[in-house]
Write a protein that binds this ligand. Structure first.
Ligand code: DGL
Length: 258
């Protein structure tokens, strides 16, 4: 009998649910374990040491559940400690990549919104350096991820213009998975297309699973799930950690663009 494939998905809070959604679409026969560290969110302004410790703790919990692969559905965690986690755990660790490349191919003047830790990361600078024909403005949106967390979990008010820089851009890269909740609003604010790394990460997960012989051929086929199937596959998603229930409610609500 085919072994059940278990995938752990981690974020500081609710942001990773937007990535989870893309992963489930592409691997509907696998089981997902979502760990959101909401109690410690946001991570974006914390020290590298603190973020590394929290991510290690989360992946250790997911490891105990027997996961075959982990997705760091968090740009901040990826920028700070993906490499270190790869050296510490036996399963593949798939990180987020801000969609700098696709934005650079289509646009000339791009705003990159990210948390302070991601904005200052070498990883982001390296990506930008590979798209020399586009001008990138990196903006550390210090309070935005935290405000999104509070808006979607507790209904707190969020005024987007308080968090975004003024300016004219022909593209916006969302360098934090929390920002995907406001994709439409951010696009409208600048009158420009937005790019996130969610789909790319889900595709990367599938290719890593296949390369390692963990995944199945079914992965590719089921991108367009009908409603009945969607419901069934949602039941293969488990929410772990102290705040699992909160994340589950949001994931299954209409606020998610499912
Ligand atoms: N969603 C995360 C990211 O992609 C973390 C945001 C935060 O906790 O500051 O960066």
């Amino acid at each position: 009998m085919k072994k059940e494939v278990k995938i752990g998905v981690f974020d500081s809070g609710i942001g990773g649910l937007t990535v989870l959604h893309e992963c489930v679409k592409r691997a509907p026969h696998d089981s997902f374990y979502y760990y959101g560290d909401n109690a410690n969110a946001p991570y974006g302004g914390k020290s590298r040491e603190e973020i590394t410790g929290l991510v290690f703790h989360a992946l250790t919990k997911l490891q105990r559940l027997g996961i075959d692969a982990a997705v760091l559905a968090c740009n901040t965690a990826t920028a700070v400690c993906a490499e270190e986690m790869r050296s510490k755990f036996p399963f593949p660790v798939i990180g987020m990549e801000p969609a700098v490349k696709p934005a650079g191919e289509r646009c000339e003047n791009v705003l990159v919104l990210a948390t302070p830790r991601t904005a200052e990361s070498e990883r982001l600078q390296t990506l930008i350096a590979h798209s020399p024909n586009c001008r990138f403005t990196v903006y550390p949106a210090a309070g935005l991820a935290g405000a999104i967390e509070k808006k979607f979990l507790f209904g707190e008010r969020l005024t987007l213009s308080d968090h975004l820089p003024e300016g004219t851009f022909d593209g916006v890269v969302l360098g934090c998975t929390h920002y995907s909740y406001l994709k439409g609003e951010i696009s409208k604010f600048y009158g420009a297309p937005v790019f996130d790394g969610n789909e790319g990460t889900a595709r990367r997960l599938i290719s890593v699973l296949s390369m390692r012989g963990i995944g199945t051929a079914d992965h590719q086929k089921t991108q367009d799930l009908d409603d009945g199937l969607k419901k069934k596959h949602k039941n293969r998603v488990h929410f772990v950690g102290k705040n699992g229930k909160m994340n589950e409610i949001l994931y299954k609500s209409e606020q998610m663009f499912l």
